[in-house]
Design a protein around this ligand. Sequence first.
Ligand SMILES: Nc1nc2c(c(=O)[nH]1)N[C@H]1C(S)=C(S)[C@@H](COP(=O)(O)OP(=O)(O)OC[C@H]3O[C@@H](n4cnc5c(=O)[nH]c(N)nc54)[C@H](O)[C@@H]3O)O[C@H]1N2
Ligand SMILES: Nc1nc2c(c(=O)[nH]1)N[C@H]1C(S)=C(S)[C@@H](COP(=O)(O)OP(=O)(O)OC[C@H]3O[C@@H](n4cnc5c(=O)[nH]c(N)nc54)[C@H](O)[C@@H]3O)O[C@H]1N2
Ligand code: SF4
Ligand SMILES: [Mo]
Length: 722
Amino acid sequence: MQRDKFFKEIENLNHPNEKLIKTHCSYCGMQCGMNLRVNTQTNKIIGVEPRYDWPVTVGKMCPKGVTAYQQTNHKDRLLKPLIRDDASLKGTAEGFREASWDEAYDLIAKKFKELQTEYGKDSLSVFSGVSMTNEKCYLTGKFARVAMGTRYIDYNGRFCMSSAAGGFLRSFGVDRGSTLPWTDIHETDCLFIAGSNTAECHPTSMFRIWNVQERGGYIIVVDPRETPIARRADLHLDLQPGTDLALANGIVNQLIEMGYIDEEFINKHTNGFEETKELVKDFTPEYTSMLTGVAPVKIIRAAEIYGKAPNAVVMFARGVEQQHKGVDNVSAYTNMALVTGKIGRPKAGVATFTGQGNGQGGREHGQKSDLLPGYRKITNPKHVEEVCSVWGITPEEMPQPGVSAYEMIELMEQKTIRGLYLLCSNPAVSAPNQNFVRKAFKALDFMVCSDFYLSESAEFADVILPAVTWSEDEGTVTNIEGRIIKINKAQEPVGESKPDWQIQVELAERLGRGKYFSHLKTARDVADEFRLATKGGYADYYGATWDKIDKQDGVFWPCKDEKDEGTPHMFLDKKFYHPDGKAKICALPYRPPAEEPCEKYPLRLTTGRVVYHYLSGNQTRRIPFLHDMCPEPYVEIHPETAATYNMEHEERVRLFTRRGEAIYKVKITEAIRKDTVFVPYHFGHEESINLLTIAALDPISRMPEFKACAAQLEKVELKKVQ
Ligand SMILES: Nc1nc2c(c(=O)[nH]1)N[C@H]1C(S)=C(S)[C@@H](COP(=O)(O)OP(=O)(O)OC[C@H]3O[C@@H](n4cnc5c(=O)[nH]c(N)nc54)[C@H](O)[C@@H]3O)O[C@H]1N2
Ligand SMILES: Nc1nc2c(c(=O)[nH]1)N[C@H]1C(S)=C(S)[C@@H](COP(=O)(O)OP(=O)(O)OC[C@H]3O[C@@H](n4cnc5c(=O)[nH]c(N)nc54)[C@H](O)[C@@H]3O)O[C@H]1N2
Ligand code: SF4
Ligand SMILES: [Mo]
């Protein structure tokens, strides 16, 4: 029997007591294909298996994926709405009682109306996230503007993908995270990977990445830490955190000096080359080395390998983007592809490793303070009119643009924003400068949180609404490649939990805005309206019907109509999305990190992830296997640095910055620079590294600088147990 056919048949095998539901993982942007196993007697999810017939991940899943199904029927699920009775316990998990949906909705509607009557429409805000389907993300944007009537909506992608988005918009005029499908990547000749711990964060990409080397190609990695991928790379550029812009300029300078540029491509399809050439002249290998700490010979070699490769892909992730110049970093690395013309054809291009499951789709359809569905701008009257015609409101009713996620938190602290509807995010762990953030949440007059587990952020809420996990609803998600895929429902919602779209439809009714939402009775109704609302935008999903997604193994946007099969490769016609059809090569002067080390804070602190954790941990800290593999935070220190502080492996030490402090276990490792320490960010309360991080925001993306600030270490005297 043919291999593919064999696996298709296994997938369709339905035993009398078990069925398989074809879907994708709940966690990262890889969106690995999986079948959820469901017991047909109890109608409960009982397990999972990877899908070999899914072309992107071909039967691979990571430790998070194989345990993701354990979330659905977990003992910690919120089964009923909770109302806070005791305001003095705000900021803790205590002081709540169970309530009916009616009581919860009535209370929310009453409080929202009171606040808006007293302080104006914009006294309310929405803070959302992109672990939700496109349909939910879309409806959340509509709910904020049409049901709540506020300008203040933003989302957790401001902590994740907004710098990539800003960089792509500036360089290409369009923000699709990957210009090519993942199925091309292993066939290229050189992968240049900056600020991505791929083996731990996108593990099911690794078979393609190693395959490049196996086929005789090269891997270049840029990271202050020797991550698993850096260890096996052909070249590891171990830069100081926060110095990517200098490194990228240095490499582009060498590409020009050594003659690896594609003059015809530059002349026909780009702007800005001469200006950039002039700017990067200063970034000689020696000067770049002085700024970055990377040896000059490595900078020259990187340019040589990338320049010589017939095809190459430049890839990056949060290491590059979570800086207060993240957008500049993205454009500066993208310059490598533009000056060499290695873009707009198969096996060559630029890609960012999308973070959350729907990190791509979730940023395109109106959760961002200045965007409307289809990547339309809320400041463009024509775009507003197009969306109003779908929503049935007048352009005058459309709120103005709001502000970014962290800036909304600042407005909460100032009491400009009085009420918050938080869904699908846990900013009381994941936002920078936590002492300030927690103060801001406490200052709110009224806060609603929708989640399926009680998160650290829900501890600040007045009402908690029980949402469903990804396995209890259906809809689409856009994966790391820009491929729209289908999430299928495997079981009914547990307890009284409800999908967020249904909560919003019901709440809109209580807010007196039912007529704009009451026609949405199923997830498919929302999907139909969503596709229509994107029609004509550049992130056009209109042609991506659920049937087509199923038939084609996903649909790459843009996909304009029934006949359109979608767009796996961007820019094949060398047409970029700026009005003149050209891409922009950007001349970007270097800026150091917002906070440089000094005598009092001599170390560079950077933060990130490990393979067993997912983001703020509200989901993965509850999965026994994942928790046991890495149960507490630690600080990675180079042996020589540990020696100067007289610190031992596993000793508990105090790490502090200008903003806060925490106690961590020491992990001595040679896989980090001597001037840098690293802490994973997945833990809450007093263990959260975000008590220490800096809220220096990128001027364009408003992304905080999670990847670089100045810190100091101190031994702690622990009382001896007698
Ligand atoms: N296991 C796991 N996987 C995940 C997630 C998770 O929480 N856990 N989250 C998902 C999400 S939402 C995201 S956004 C992605 C994140 O995926 P990644 O961006 O790969 O993850 P990070 O650990 O944040 O950072 C990546 C690397 O950047 C390096 N770095 C730090 N500072 C700098 C710098 O200044 N320059 C450069 N070049 N590198 C630097 C760090 O040492 C780290 O190895 O992962 C997704 N996948
Ligand atoms: N120091 C430091 N901080 C960081 C980072 C870093 O590298 N370093 N990375 C940043 C990045 S890249 C990201 S993406 C952010 C992420 O930070 P968060 O936005 O806090 O992301 P999650 O931890 O995924 O939180 C999602 C919450 O929503 C719930 N949830 C999941 N799906 C749904 C749903 O469909 N509906 C509802 N209502 N709830 C749902 C989950 O249970 C969880 O509580 O953190 C950022 N913070
Ligand atoms: S790589 Fe990402 S999508 Fe795949 S199983 Fe792991 S967490 Fe899930
Ligand atoms: Mo992220």
